[in-house]
Write a protein that binds this ligand. Structure first.
Ligand code: SF4
Length: 394
């Protein structure tokens, strides 16, 4: 099935679930415990994905000011302000894209602070609006290493979450269903990792800008056969492409790494800018964020705790420096572009001299200012100058 159809089916089915009294919808953060929710029979909706759609369609430029006028600062997560503004204005990009008039009403909201605390405020807004139950996994944050006590802490919270969800579903949690769900998630995430690794080839069969589109199913359909099958087919297609185009003549001259959030409203502009400059953005922290190599269906809760604790965003700078250095080697990258996203300090890693430290280790870096959604924070002209000047030096 092609990607557009997969995403359309997902949103149509969510819409149907929200209208069916026998089905229940859970809202979940992007690196929240989606597998638990799915194993317990919930249909799962991810507001961050909606935020990205608001950004990509630039509808956010109409909705962010609405949230700002209600007291949500222009300084905080612009997924949050885009999304809350869209709710207050009663619009959604789902209408034009898939014919779905409203985001699905939640029966429960579950967040995980492993990425940031903005998600807590965001979900609390909706819990009040919909008068719906809300649960949070409060993860130990910014870890140098994930220790056994961190895992035990999160496992205890998962168990409490399951008990609370049982009250909503009125059904006993079935561990076998979680094992099955985690096996599917694990399969999909391994395939996603392999898909991304095909970009090691020179020329790479795709760029970061394509990957932000390919990643839809691993974000919203983890724990399903649909996601696993999509990445199995995509991997085959990309491997074939690598096999048929492998030739030095086709090789791009420069390869760069994108560190930080995408600038959703300017993806095409940036993609063309790199193309014009004979450069491919071959890898990114952002797309790698949905690789959960530690999922183990035979040890579901501890392995989920480990996987969701040790994500890049939840680690200290020593870890991040090593991680990026490893990526630079693995993907034969010539330089790293840090995106300092104004409203997401959590995913902006340029503020504590990480670019400087990489530079001292021989890795060229630059920082561009921008934002994931709010285009008032991004200048085409300024970023083009900075990026082109950087690419010339590589
Ligand atoms: S990590 Fe950044 S973009 Fe994601 S929800 Fe938090 S503040 Fe928003």
């Amino acid at each position: 099935m092609d990607l557009k159809q997969i995403m359309q089916n997902y949103f149509l089915d969510l819409d149907a679930a929200a209208k069916d009294p026998d089905r229940k919808v859970a809202w979940c953060t992007s690196v929240g415990p989606a597998e638990i929710l799915r194993a317990m029979g919930f249909d799962v909706y991810f507001p961050e994905n909606h935020g990205a759609m608001l950004g990509a369609t630039r509808l956010c430029m109409e909705t962010i000011p609405v949230a700002n006028s209600k007291g949500y600062s222009p300084e905080i997560c612009s997924y949050l302000t885009s999304d809350i503004g869209a709710y207050l204005k009663n619009i959604t990009p789902l209408a034009k894209a898939y014919g779905v008039e409203d985001v699905p009403r939640p029966d429960v909201l579950v967040y995980n602070t492993n990425q940031c605390k903005d998600v807590m405020h965001w979900f609390e807004f909706y819990a009040r609006e919909f008068d719906a139950p809300i649960f949070g996994i409060h993860s130990p944050a910014h870890l140098p290493e994930v220790e056994p006590e961190h895992i035990a802490n999160v496992v205890a919270q998962f168990k409490q979450l399951i008990r609370s969800l049982e009250e909503i579903t009125q059904e006993k949690f079935d561990p076998k269903k979680l094992e099955r769900c985690l096996a599917l998630s694990s399969g999909a995430t391994s395939l996603w990792s392999e898909v991304l690794k095909t970009a090691i080839a020179d020329p790479s069969p795709f760029s970061f800008f394509d990957a932000t589109i390919f990643m839809g199913p691993i974000v919203v359909l983890r724990g399903t056969e649909i996601a696993r099958d999509y990445y199995r087919d995509l991997l085959m297609e990309l491997e074939q492409k690598v096999a048929t185009t492998r030739s030095r003549e086709n090789a791009v001259q420069k390869r760069v790494y994108w560190e930080g959030m995408p600038i959703w409203g300017r993806l095409r502009h940036l993609s063309e800018l790199f193309k014009r400059n004979d450069t491919c953005v071959v890898a990114s922290t952002y797309c790698n964020s949905w690789i959960f190599a530690d999922f183990d269906p035979h040890d579901p809760l501890p392995s989920m705790a480990l996987a969701y604790l040790q994500i890049f965003i939840n680690r200290n700078d020593t870890y991040k420096e090593k991680y990026i250095s490893d990526m630079v080697k693995m993907y034969s990258v010539d330089g790293v572009i840090f995106h300092a996203a104004k409203t997401c300090p959590n995913n902006s890693n340029s503020y504590y001299n990480l670019p400087g430290r990489l530079k001292r280790n021989g890795i060229p870096t630059i920082v561009i200012d921008g934002d994931l959604c709010d285009l008032r924070c991004f200048s085409d002209e300024q970023s083009t100058n900075v990026i082109e000047a950087f690419l010339e030096t590589l």
